[in-house]
Design a protein around this ligand. Structure first.
Ligand SMILES: Nc1ncnc2c1ncn2[C@@H]1O[C@H](COP(=O)(O)OP(=O)(O)OP(=O)(O)O)[C@@H](O)[C@H]1O
Length: 285
């Protein structure tokens, strides 16, 4: 088994909304951190909710650890850690009391891991969780998700509201989590610098449709972004054009193999942010 998660032709619609996931398919190998990138309303949370079983899919298959996800199988939730922007923590409890509650919920709850993370994240043990700031609550959610020996983490905007130090602590912990190649993370974030820092591969989603899944190494090593006029544009082989943005006079073009560009065109230096903008705001060609 090479993939910890396999999503195949997932479709999900809502009553009273024209939005729908359109045959969403992707895989997450063991030991990897996958960045899930898309603009507001692209379908990231809908995809993640369908994987977690908090949303009911219309069709398609979701295999976790090689087995099709059965919403009635609550044991699988032991193996999945989730952090959502809107997650509800028990506000009337303290960090210390939460430890006792989660011991009852999770068979593999590790008190030691939990308090190690609480200390690392500098969270107070005896203050009510309802008094926590947004960033503190996010750190607490990450600590809980990492303390029940989950193998797959689904993190939706988990670094939102964290100060630079907190963000660095969380990213370090996440990197450690996948180190032994037995666990993986699906991470959505609008902070592309976080994704650029820790993700091994990237999935781009737009309007409920996956536009690209590629490793970061492949994108930064083989892909290219060129600026060209319409005549130069026509000389770029169509099979390497991924996305194009521009006006009648000039285009920015993302290509999947810069080696196949005509010799007159050279790729500029680019970041994952540049690629994201071109894919999200450009046309597929
Ligand atoms: N419960 C719901 N009922 C109807 N429409 C919904 C519901 N939840 C989400 N949607 C719609 O589905 C689309 C995708 O939403 P989703 O939350 O998956 O996007 P997202 O990529 O996570 O966005 P963001 O980055 O803003 O969190 C949006 O158009 C949203 O309005």
């Amino acid at each position: 088994m090479t993939s910890i998660l396999e999503v195949n032709q997932l479709q999900k619609t809502y009553v009273d909304s024209s939005f729908g996931l359109k045959d969403v398919s992707f895989t997450i190998p063991y030991g990897s951190i996958v960045g899930f990138i898309g603009e507001n309303g692209a379908g990231k949370s809908t995809t993640m909710g369908s994987i977690l079983g908090t949303l009911q899919k219309d069709s398609g298959t979701i295999k976790i650890f090689g087995e099709e996800r059965n919403p009635k199988d609550v044991h699988i939730n032991e193996d999945i850690g989730a952090v959502f922007d809107t997650i509800k923590l028990p506000g009337g409890l303290t960090v210390a009391k939460m430890d006792r509650v989660f011991q009852q919920i999770y068979a593999n709850w590790s008190k030691e891991t939990y308090f190690k993370l609480i200390q690392l994240f500098s969270l107070p043990k005896n203050k009510l969780v309802s008094s926590f700031s947004r960033g503190m609550s996010m750190k607490l959610s990450v600590a809980v998700a990492l303390s029940h020996e989950a193998k797959l983490l689904i993190l939706d905007e988990a670094t939102v509201g964290l100060d630079p130090g907190g963000r660095e602590d969380v990213l370090t912990v996440l990197r450690d989590f996948v180190k032994d190649q037995k666990c993986s993370i699906l991470l959505s974030s609008h902070i592309t610098s976080d994704i650029e820092q820790i993700a091994d591969s990237l999935i781009f989603i737009k309007g409920g449709e996956i536009l690209l899944q590629a490793t970061k190494e492949e994108i930064l090593g083989n892909y290219g972004i060129v600026q060209c006029d319409p005549i130069e544009y026509r000389n770029i082989p169509s099979n390497i054009r991924v996305a194009t943005r521009g006006n009648d006079a000039f285009f920015d073009v993302l290509v999947s193999n810069k080696e196949e560009l005509p010799s007159s065109l050279k790729s500029k230096r680019f970041s994952i942010d540049d690629v994201t903008l071109l894919i999200m705001r450009g046309e597929r060609v």
